[in-house]
Ligand binder design. Structure first.
Ligand SMILES: CC(C)(COP(=O)(O)OP(=O)(O)OC[C@H]1O[C@@H](n2cnc3c(N)ncnc32)[C@H](O)[C@@H]1OP(=O)(O)O)[C@@H](O)C(=O)NCCC(=O)NCCS
Length: 144
């Protein structure tokens, strides 16, 4: 199955948000309670791999921010995190053509999770609100 083609925009009528649990409060609360509301308000957009994965990306200029990302605890360790990140970066590559940005930025919940992003080329930028902020130069999206 080509997972990269199966992500869809969050639809609160058909996606069960309440049962999502990646074992981290912040992404859980975001996905369960705020993602659909923020989409209605056009504050952000959320794409999901139904029944398994969720990702939230919003993209202020001049950088694009991956704000929340989580894989359901029962599906972790199976490659869905990598698939979700690649899919998000591919989507941001398309958006960059209309909204020029210099980098993709992510704020890590903790040091352990920063290692996940560093595997895919993200580099340390600075501490932001007590979190490690990482970036990936936009030009690197061309290689996806
Ligand atoms: C972090 C998270 C998204 C990873 O998703 P996942 O589906 O378990 O990851 P994958 O199975 O796709 O792993 C891809 C690679 O990253 C590695 N990896 C996974 N979690 C990692 C971590 N916390 N630190 C470092 N490497 C990690 C895997 O070993 C794998 O390496 P490989 O390709 O060499 O085998 C997931 O654990 C999660 O939802 N955590 C809770 C929420 C969260 O932390 N969100 C990010 C906040 S900054």
């Amino acid at each position: 199955m080509n997972w990269l083609k199966t992500f869809v925009q969050l639809d609160k009528r058909s996606h069960d948000r309440k049962s999502f649990d990646c074992e981290e409060d912040e992404p859980n609360i975001f996905f369960q309670e705020r993602a659909a509301k923020y989409m209605e308000l056009h504050l952000s957009a959320t794409w999901v791999l139904p029944a398994t994965t969720a990702i939230h990306g919003k993209y202020p200029v001049p950088v694009q921010l991956i704000a929340q990302m989580g894989v359901h605890k029962e599906e972790q360790g199976k490659g869905f995190g990598k698939i979700t990140l690649v899919k998000a970066l591919q989507r941001l590559r398309v958006i960059t053509k209309q909204l020029p940005a210099t980098a993709v930025v992510v704020d890590c919940l903790n040091d352990e999770f920063s290692q996940f992003y560093e595997r895919y080329g993200f580099e340390y930028l600075y501490q932001h609100d007590g979190r490690k902020r990482l970036f990936l130069p936009t030009k690197k999206l061309e290689y996806l």
